[in-house]
Design a protein around this ligand. Structure first.
Ligand code: ATP
Ligand code: MG
Length: 338
């Protein structure tokens, strides 16, 4: 018998539109990895309620995120794609893990500090977000977690939580293996504002499913090197976000041309953005076309998610039974509920 494939787990919040940062930093990698790893991919709606959100559209955004992932090439025949709240074991394990997670570790998480400082009243959910993420990963005994750089700190915490739980309840074994991060070259895409990482919640994104016109309207006003006041002022591509995006969307000859035209003041920033827009539009066109088709078939998408949740629950339920046992809970005398 062949050894089992290593398992990966990854999640994305339905907190807004799937954007090119998510795609380059994470989703593209998931699509590639599904051929060599057992892949579990989750739309993490329970994470998305840790920030203010519109409840009337959460379900639609959740389906829309699944559509985006399928359109990017996640193959439900290969990967298990599901919605986090459809597998209640995630929240149960989170509660168990809360008991071994130090509050001080949560308070020093960069994402917590960034997101909480923008709020007047900080919900507990924002603080315990990384514990739910640890539960997501450990529930499936994932070996690898393909994420963007912003999530590496949370993954470190997951490893620490696993160690602490093992020390307390592992009966001398490493029941939870410590998962490893898997980064892409595009581990941190900056937002179009040039101020922060591209984030669904910051409105500084290019949506993966944006129309060609929307893409252009978003790129057009984006800041570039401030030294380039007029066409005649030479610029430094290294400090220009538009240049960095060229590196992911334009062929090497064009990237070289961009450097020459920018440093030699041979064109204006708008010319440079137009070329980027055209290449981006071409790269995203097939994804957009598949998403438009899937939007016409919401029942099919919901069926894929239901089948994914059933597969995920088969693994998650087993983990929860073992965790309850190791933590000393009285087993139900009736049918085991999970
Ligand atoms: P939110 O603003 O709601 O936190 P987000 O855009 O940060 O949304 P997440 O759902 O939190 O997206 O993250 C999904 C995946 O995308 C994670 O693996 C994360 O590391 C990755 N990711 C998010 N933003 C970027 C970025 N700017 N560059 C590279 N990877 C990113
Ligand atoms: Mg995020």
């Amino acid at each position: 018998m062949l050894p089992p494939m290593p398992r990966i787990f990854s999640g994305i919040q339905p907190s807004g539109e799937l954007h090119i940062g998510n795609w380059l930093g994470a989703v593209q990698n998931w699509v590639k990895l599904q051929y060599s790893y057992e892949s579990i991919i989750c739309v993490v709606d329970l994470h998305a309620i840790t920030a203010k959100y519109e409840h009337a559209s959460l379900s639609q955004r959740t389906r829309e995120m699944a559509i985006g992932l399928l359109a990017c090439g996640i193959d439900p025949e290969r990967a298990t794609l599901f919605v986090q709240s459809h597998v209640p074991e995630h929240t149960e394990l989170q509660w168990m893990l809360n008991s071994v997670t130090p509050i001080g570790e949560l308070e020093r998480m960069t994402q917590f500090k960034d997101k909480s400082q923008r709020l007047e009243s900080v919900p507990v959910g924002l603080l315990t977000y990384p514990v739910l993420m640890a539960a997501d990963i450990l529930l499936y005994h994932a070996d690898l977690v393909p994420v963007g750089e912003d999530q590496v700190q949370h993954l470190e915490l997951t490893r620490e939580v696993a160690r602490r739980w093992n020390a307390e309840f592992g009966r001398g074994e490493s029941y939870f293996a410590e998962p490893q991060a898997l980064l892409t070259e595009a581990k941190r895409i900056m937002g179009l504002d040039g101020q922060a990482k591209m984030s669904k919640s910051l409105g500084n994104t290019v949506g993966l499913l944006d129309t060609p016109e929307e893409i252009w309207q978003k790129l057009r006003p984006a800041p570039t090197d401030p030294a380039r006041v007029t066409k005649k002022d030479p610029g430094n591509p290294e400090i220009c976000n538009i240049y960095h995006l060229h590196r992911y969307f334009s062929p090497p000859e064009t990237v070289a041309q961009v450097v020459e035209n920018c440093t030699g003041a041979k064109w204006g920033c708008l010319d440079c953005k137009r070329v980027l827009a055209d290449n981006m539009i071409a790269a995203l066109a097939p994804i957009r076309a598949r998403a438009l088709e899937l939007r016409e078939q919401p029942e099919l998408v919901d069926e894929i998610l239901a089948a994914g949740a059933a597969k995920a629950r088969a693994i998650a339920g087993q983990t929860i039974l073992e965790v309850r046992d190791r933590m000393g809970f009285l087993q139900s005398a009736g049918r085991l509920i999970h």
